[in-house]
Design a protein around this ligand. Sequence first.
Ligand SMILES: Cc1cc2nc3c(=O)[nH]c(=O)nc-3n(C[C@H](O)[C@H](O)[C@H](O)COP(=O)(O)OP(=O)(O)OC[C@H]3O[C@@H](n4cnc5c(N)ncnc54)[C@H](O)[C@@H]3O)c2cc1C
Length: 275
Amino acid sequence: MPDDTLGAGLSVTDYAPIAELTGRSLLAPHVFNCNAPDSGNMELLWRYGTQEQQDKWLTPILEGKTRSVFCMTEPDVASSDATNMQATAVVDGDEIVINGSKWWSSGLGDPAVDVLIVMAYTADESADRHHQHSMVLVPVNTPGVNIKRMLKVFGDYDAPHGHGEISFENVRVPVSHFIGGPGKGFEIAQGRLGPGRIHHCMRCIGAAEKSLELAVKRGMSRTAFGKPLLQLGGNFERISEARIKIDQARLLTLYAAQKNGCSGYQSRIDGNLCY
Ligand SMILES: Cc1cc2nc3c(=O)[nH]c(=O)nc-3n(C[C@H](O)[C@H](O)[C@H](O)COP(=O)(O)OP(=O)(O)OC[C@H]3O[C@@H](n4cnc5c(N)ncnc54)[C@H](O)[C@@H]3O)c2cc1C
């Protein structure tokens, strides 16, 4: 539900067109403190964090003083299914001990990163598969947290934020660092990624609009063989197809945003469809 105590109180659907506009620029999402992965992590902490966790981790991110990382995806398992995660979080007295590897952890190269949100298997065999994982807050400077390397996307490191591979070797944090309690990892992952993917899609649509705009401008201003480039070969058709595809993608994403606003994955697995 939208809440204006920490921001403008926009729903996913309200925010989608803003994400499109900011997606036209590489800088704009950061300027408005709405960049991935922090926007999704802020939503996660706002929805599922305790007051104490919000005061300690959420407020500094909202103020733009620190950055955060979401560590779900793992090298060894198909991570599009969040129930596959193998990193472990075992309770030992009043501490949680984390072991495992993660990669594609966006923002890991940013020197302002303060906290990692780590999804790990909490090994409760009595629970169903959607309640066997947890989300744990891990300060980045905790002993046993090792940044192994940064990864390239289409040949680029996306500096200065980047995407990293990271390992956790007997990393210990207090049990108060569970978000929403043990077993809530899957629900939180879906609750985070639902809106988060829509933000990503809308930013990509903004980038596509900007690219099309540049192509049209160039096609109209440059002349070859006595005609603007746009009138040569199949260029009108190419531009028209791009126009149609971008509009289709926007409408589909807005449709998903509307669904996301009213249902959420948890209600779906509970059989409470919101269609
Ligand atoms: C630039 C970038 C940034 C990222 N940032 C983060 C981050 O900050 N934190 C994080 O935890 N992860 C991050 N990721 C990882 C991303 O979330 C995963 O790559 C994604 O979830 C897919 O997991 P996987 O790579 O293990 O692919 P797999 O699960 O192995 O899937 C491989 C392919 O199988 C096919 N497939 C899988 N499931 C289905 C299905 N149900 N139906 C049809 N086809 C299917 C798809 O083609 C899919 O691409 C990032 C990835 C990239 C590229």
